[in-house]
Design a protein around this ligand. Sequence first.
Ligand SMILES: [Zn+2]
Length: 248
Amino acid sequence: MYIEESCGRLECIGNEREQLEVAIMTEEYSGSDGLLSEWDSNFGIEFDGSWSNENKNSIREAVLKTGEKIGEGLRASDAFKSVYGDNFTFSICGQGVGPGCNNNYRMKTIDSNHITYNPSVGFYPSWMGDYSRRNVRLVIHEFGHAFNKAVCDIVAVDATICSGSIDPPGSPYYDLGNSGLVGGGYGDVGTSFNGFAGGVDEWQFRYSEEKGEYFADMFLGWVNGNLGPQRADHMNSYMPGYLSILSP
Ligand SMILES: [Zn+2]
């Protein structure tokens, strides 16, 4: 692939997945990240602090996959922004960021449009040699938390409760809490991972048995289309409603 000399801009390249591939290759070969900046700006994402290229690229892949799934054929960037807004920030703990960093989580969602990355949290040994692929999945799991926050902010009578531990009716965490699909041994019991496509650090990134963590893992499975039948049914029946609330 190459960029037409007469253009030199992303819009001359096919779809947004091809645009990302060309932009990454251009950065690798020429050191120029102009196309990547343009791609980021189309999706409304911004990196604060000093990120490695590998880390940024795995986040971009997560953004793209999530946008493609939400959009179902529409422009992935428009779909992503319809849920998460025009300015999504990824920041690094210790580089000017306060909230969301007093914890032991590698990634933490602190708002519907803000995720922090904590490099001081040790590299999971199971990720050795497989960092990018697993990091893409962890970021999509975090987008599940951010998705709940976005819906919650709309359906809650008082949006301040969405920052606490109460899940209002109509929010994804609340609906999943009533589904019978939360907790070990529930949901898709006939499948090897209770309705997930793999185990811990593979297709499940929850750190607890809370319903919000199950929702984030199910969001990951929904984006990738690999949930067991019961979990897939739950997501397929609720997600269109949430999406229409977010983007009427
Ligand atoms: Zn989580």
